[in-house]
Each structure stands twice: as C-alpha cells, then as structure tokens.
Design a binder for this molecule. Structure first.
Ligand code: ADP
Ligand code: NA
Length: 315
C-alpha cells in the first residue's frame, strides 16, 4: 500500500470540516502513515509565537483525541531534515518557477513586507514530500501547482546529480465530505479563528447550538423545504453534516427541526472527542513525548534520503 503523508498547518483551530474531511480518513489509514503539523509553514506570515505554540499543541492533542495514535505524528520543526533538504532544493529551483506560483501571487507578491518564507514555501513543501518517498500525493486544486513543482524539482535534481528522489504522482483525492461555512455556504468551513460560520472541535454545546441556529438556509417554507438541492446550499450543507454525524433527516419538515437535529448530532459527535482531549491535555508533557517519538521515526525514514541528496549535490 502507498505510504500516507499529510501535513496540517497549525494556523487556526480544527473544525468539523477538518474532522469529517481529513481526520476521519486519516484515522482509518494509520499503517505506514506520517502525519505532520507544519509549524514552519505557519510562520510564512505575521505570527504570534505564544499563539503558534498554543495552537500547535492544541492541534496535536486533537489529532490524538481523534484516534490518530498509531500513525507517526510529528512536528515539522523537530525534524531538521525538512529545512536541510529545503535548502538543497532551493539550490535546484528557479526564481521564475516560484514567481509563477498562483498562491504567492495572490497572497504576497508586490508587497515589500512579504516574508521570504512565503515565497519559498513551495520549496519547503517539496522537501516535506520528497523526504518520505510517497509514490502518490493526493492534492486538492489549491495545492496542485505546488506538487507539480515538487515533481519538477525532483526530476531536475535526479537528472542533474543522480537518481535520489522518488517522483510522486499527483492524484485527485477520493471525494470526501466537504463541509461548507454555516454563514456562507458557498465557501468551505475554514479553521481561521475569526470564522463565524465554522464549528470548531472544541466548541462547547451551547456555542454549537448558537452557530447552527444562525446557519444560513433560505426562505422556502414549503413542506419539502428540507431537502438537498444545488439551489439550497445552506440546507444541503446542514443535511450533509447531519448524515456524516450519524443523524437522520427522516420526517424533518422545518428548518428549526433540522437545526435542532444537526445540533444534537454534532454535539454527540464532539462529546467523546472533547472528553478525550481534556484527559490528554491534563498532562502537558504528553504531547512532547509524542513529538519526540515521532521525530525519531521520521529521522529513520528521512535520513537516507537527505544523505543521498547531500552526497549527490556535493556536500
Ligand atoms: P491546511 O491544509 O492549511 O492545513 P486546511 O484546514 O485547509 O488546512 O486543510 C486540512 C485538511 O482538512 C485537508 O485535508 C482538507 O482537505 C481538509 N479540510 C479542510 N477544510 C475542510 C472542510 N471544510 N470540509 C472538509 N474537509 C476539509
Ligand atoms: Na489545505
């Protein structure tokens, strides 16, 4: 089976969308799986050090609480091979290639106080991937260009210095649950802390209730108003959340009833996770132990790749 590799950026709070779209499938695939928290990627724009550390710990603890305890869980900054290989790849990449990255164009180009790390982010991402030699990388549309760059860099390095890297195929991920923002169901639920339409995994029941109660629906008052329909994105989203959380829409005819069912299902889904989170968070040294074990396993896997790249490039 193909090695699993996935990095999450601790730039906000994990949401119900992350749980249904990422954490659940990750928990189902934990053999030969490397799941990282990319704290280095979280520093590519203005950041608060204490907040970064707190969010990273929160996210790691949530991943463990969600059952990700068999996979190798690691913190990117604790595996120095990532930045070491990134530099070798910076010596392989061209500025012309990075200038073409759409995400950089949208987020930072033309602003004199854009961090250099935002510009070189795709190169660090290439190192994140190539170190683990996955044969396939499933990516959503927003990261596709970066993985194409990863392939280009791997191929160029191999052709110039010798066959060091496995060139991964870019694959479209299996369509998983996609949870939309409750206040704007045309965009996906996001983990940025100020997103009013996001349900965060640590939201207490009353907060979940309030957010779901405020969810955008529509003005349909017909007896069949509660139905999935492309013209009813808010209602469709609530129905999908309800089903994904083990609830049923049978017999629901009003949006009020739908929202009560969604709230109950989401609260029931989050309750065991939050309980486990509280237990794990009670021991502040626990996550650090997980990082240490993770870093050791990552070092075993990545050291030969880094060593081969260094030897090939002449250092
Ligand atoms: P990042 O990639 O910066 O860590 P994201 O939160 O965008 O942050 O994505 C993390 C993972 O969670 C990805 O696998 C993504 O597909 C999934 N994910 C994020 N938001 C949603 C959502 N609203 N619905 C379903 N899956 C989501
Ligand atoms: Na993403």
């Amino acid at each position: 089976m193909n090695r699993q590799l996935s990095l999450l950026t601790p730039s906000g709070h994990l949401t119900l969308g992350n749980l249904l779209g990422a954490l659940r499938p990750m928990a189902a695939r934990q053999d030969d799986a490397y799941y990282g928290l990319s704290d280095l990627h979280a520093m590519t724009s203005t950041h608060d050090p204490a907040l970064l550390r707190a969010r990273t710990t929160e996210m790691a603890t949530l991943l463990l609480a969600a059952g990700l305890d068999r996979a190798t869980l690691f913190l990117q900054s604790r595996v120095p091979a990532h930045t070491q290989l990134a530099y070798l790849l910076e010596c392989t990449a061209y500025t012309g290639e990075l200038n073409r990255m759409i995400q950089f164009k949208e987020k930072g180009r033309g602003n004199d106080s854009t961090r250099v790390s935002l510009y070189t982010y795709p190169v660090l991402m290439a190192a994140d991937i190539l170190l683990y030699r996955p044969t396939e990388v499933p990516v959503g549309a927003d990261q596709r260009q970066h993985v194409e760059l990863t392939r280009d860099l791997a191929i160029r390095f191999n052709n110039t210095y010798g066959a060091v890297f496995t060139v991964p195929a870019v694959v479209t991920p299996a369509a998983g649950a996609r949870v939309m923002d409750l206040s704007d169901p045309t965009r996906k639920m996001s983990k940025s802390a100020d997103a009013a339409g996001s349900v965060f995994l640590l939201d207490p029941p009353d907060v979940v209730r309030r957010k779901v109660a405020r969810a955008v629906t529509d003005s349909d008052t017909g007896t069949d108003a509660v139905r999935a329909d492309p013209d009813k994105p808010g209602v469709t989203n609530l129905l999908e959340i309800l089903t994904a959380c083990g609830g049923s829409a049978d017999g629901l005819t009003t949006y009020g009833a739908l929202k009560r069912s969604v709230t109950d299902a989401v609260v029931a889904e989050l309750e065991p996770l939050q309980k486990r989170y509280a237990e794990l968070a009670a021991d502040p040294t626990y996550v650090d132990g997980v990082y240490r074990t993770g870093a050791e396993r990552c070092r075993e896997v990545t050291a030969p790749v880094l060593a081969a790249a260094e030897a090939a490039i002449g250092i």
